[in-house]
Design a protein around this ligand. Sequence first.
Ligand SMILES: Nc1ncnc2c1ncn2[C@@H]1O[C@H](COP(=O)(O)OP(=O)(O)OP(=O)(O)O)[C@@H](O)[C@H]1O
Ligand SMILES: [Mg+2]
Length: 314
Amino acid sequence: MPPAQPNRPAADSQADPGVGNPTDERANNRRAPALAPTPTVAQAPGSDRDRSAPPLPTSLDIQSLSAWFDDHKVVADITMAIQARQVTALIGPSGCGKSTLLRCLNQMHLTIPGARVRGQVLLEGHDIYEQGVDPVAVRRRIGMVFQRPNPFPTMSIYDNVAAGLRLTTRRIPKATLDAMVERSLTQAGLWNEVKQRLSGAGAGLSGGQQQRLCIARAIAVEPEVLLMDEPCSALDPASTLRIEDLVRDLKDTYTVVIVTHNLQQAARVSDQTAFMTIRTEGEPGQLIEYGSTATLFTSPTDKATEDYISGRFG
Ligand SMILES: Nc1ncnc2c1ncn2[C@@H]1O[C@H](COP(=O)(O)OP(=O)(O)OP(=O)(O)O)[C@@H](O)[C@H]1O
Ligand SMILES: [Mg+2]
């Protein structure tokens, strides 16, 4: 049976057509695709924060999220609240769907032909999968940094950082653009290294510098959330530590979600950790345990988490 609409699972479309399906009354009744911020509050399951402490605001509220590549369901029914201005690490064995989940958080998953998604991702209360929401607007608010540094190869350092701003904002005065480029490069810890060579090629920087340039490019448009998919996996140890320092600094301003295979890194940089795995071969990846990093690493509640963090599996 063909899918009820592009990017939606055919098999499940009878049971739950999903947000945005034209036949879905809920979607038809919603008329606010502008993603206006309406803060909600929630606490991560398993969090060991003091019960008397006020709950942290939720930045991204993921509800019953599943993802497919054609008929292959790779992520099943993920529900988790990502807390604002915290670093949340996604860990789990290769192929369990970490990157797919991450890419669902800013609609990047849907850029792959045949890729589909069901469920909701509420950005400060508004579903990014609601009908009519502009993916460019979503990605302006939920930026992404990839595994391999990918500066625009023909652009200068300056133009790499300015690229997103030029795309999303019309007619920015030169002085304003200059200030935004400097601010972004400073926040990414790169300004002092490149301020004398802004017109030089972005691709001429070292790997670690290129990754910080990509971070500068991502934060130049002032997103609320920064998604990072193994941002250090192509870097040497010194550059890795630099990016880790940066991630810890970035959470003063941004909500960070980081995928990593490096458990020490997850422990060093994150406040919350989510462990995903595939319980049975051939099944989709699922969220097994999610809570404060300290608790998850010292007293996991699920045997699969314990096996993974102790190195017995994955
Ligand atoms: N473009 C694609 N087309 C088809 N299937 C894909 C595609 N990308 C990923 N998959 C499949 O989706 C599943 C989840 O992959 P994903 O890349 O999300 O896992 P991961 O946990 O990030 O793995 P890794 O740790 O190796 O990066 C895997 O079975 C993978 O083969
Ligand atoms: Mg991956």
